[in-house]
Ligand binder design. Structure first.
Ligand code: IPE
Ligand code: IPE
Ligand code: MG
Length: 239
């Protein structure tokens, strides 16, 4: 773990619930989609800030399984935006050493998005500066349910002894297999809830909630979240 500007530890993995695009749009008397478009710029700023601070993994909650219930127009707008971002940011991700990854029910995404995503993942797979993990059609309960099913199948086929199932067996069947758990969880726009995000993985994450809306979140807010983290005393149940 590296040292930050303040001399304290830098989180290896930061996960962010990017919330408040709709409220930002409302404040500016704009359609909700304009809020999502503004949020795209925050993503860029935060990726650059994460690299500058030496964060190694950045997970962004971009679309939840529950978000499919939103009006069709908004869902389509978000999917269109996602496709555009993947295409337009690919070159920059390459230049900055970003490895793109994705977690969630990717099979639910429109084919055009899946293709763009697969191409970006493939083209950036050797980059090592920052793993940028997009949570797309992501739901933690469905992730855990799928893991339980996969484990049950292995037991049924005689490939796994139930007595040997441990916490690592569960972790190894989640979308985040091989990725260290988040050290810091940030939620923007002030909501004090986790909204079905990485329930297993955030067991011991430090939580930073800011009232700043996601489109207003930038380098300074990221730095203050890291400074807040650096002051925390992580005990993991010890003394
Ligand atoms: C977060 O902003 C982005 C997504 C969930 C896709 P919201 O769209 O939830 O914004 P609010 O919560 O309505 O302000
Ligand atoms: C959480 O935000 C999901 C994402 C940021 C993608 P929501 O706006 O969907 O969550 P709730 O409805 O406030 O719990
Ligand atoms: Mg919201």
């Amino acid at each position: 773990m590296g040292k930050g500007d303040s001399g304290g530890p830098v989180p290896q993995h930061v996960a962010i619930i990017m919330d408040g695009n709709g409220r930002w749009a409302q404040q500016h008397k704009l359609p909700r989609l304009s809020g999502h478009e503004a949020g795209r710029k925050s993503v860029k700023r935060v990726v650059q800030a994460a690299i500058a601070h030496g964060v190694r993994y950045l997970t962004l909650y971009a679309f939840s399984v529950e978000n499919w219930q939103r009006p069709r127009e908004e869902v389509q707008g978000l999917m269109g935006l996602l496709r555009l971002v993947l295409r337009e940011e690919l070159a920059e991700m390459g230049r900055e050493g970003v490895r793109l990854r994705a977690i969630g029910r990717l099979q639910d995404l429109p084919e055009a998005v899946r293709e763009e995503l697969a191409a970006a993942i493939e083209k950036t797979k050797s980059n090592t500066k920052l793993d940028l993990i997009l949570a797309l059609s992501y739901g933690s309960r469905v992730e855990i349910t799928e893991a339980a099913k996969a484990i049950a199948r292995e037991v049924k086929d005689g490939r796994l002894d139930p007595e040997r199932i441990d916490e690592n067996s569960i972790s190894d069947h989640l979308y985040t297999r091989g990725i260290p758990d988040p050290d810091l969880l940030i939620r923007t726009s002030g909501e004090m809830r986790v909204s079905n995000f990485m329930l297993w993985q955030i067991s011991y994450a430090e939580i930073h909630v800011t009232s700043v809306l996601w489109p207003d979140f930038g380098k300074e807010q990221f730095a203050s979240a890291l400074a807040d983290y650096a002051k925390r005393e992580r005990r993991f149940g010890g003394v």
